[in-house]
Design a protein around this ligand. Sequence first.
Ligand code: SF4
Ligand code: SF4
Length: 100
Amino acid sequence: MSKPKVGSNVHIPTSYDSMFFGASNGVGCLPTVNSGFRTFHPVFDYDTCINCNMCWIYCPEGCIDRSSGRMEVDMDYCKGCGICAHECPKKCITMVRDGE
Ligand code: SF4
Ligand code: SF4
């Protein structure tokens, strides 16, 4: 199987800002508020966060916003999957049961 060719109309991201990730790009899988079935939610330790963007890149809902200079989650759209916590290289995201 050969590597597919990239068409001339495909925009290849050249920086984080041009990638199709994160809240600013609206790439969430679910079109409506989906926090209703969530059991856990992520809590960030900003003292150990190094702003590497890995959580922002991996979040499947695109609900992590980094526009303020630190990672903030739109809890209306976070489904509590914990992927951000799993991928964080500094382990500064803790999944906490909703209501705690
Ligand atoms: S728990 Fe899942 S949906 Fe919520 S911010 Fe982390 S990766 Fe995104
Ligand atoms: S993955 Fe962890 S260290 Fe990187 S930006 Fe997210 S919270 Fe911060």
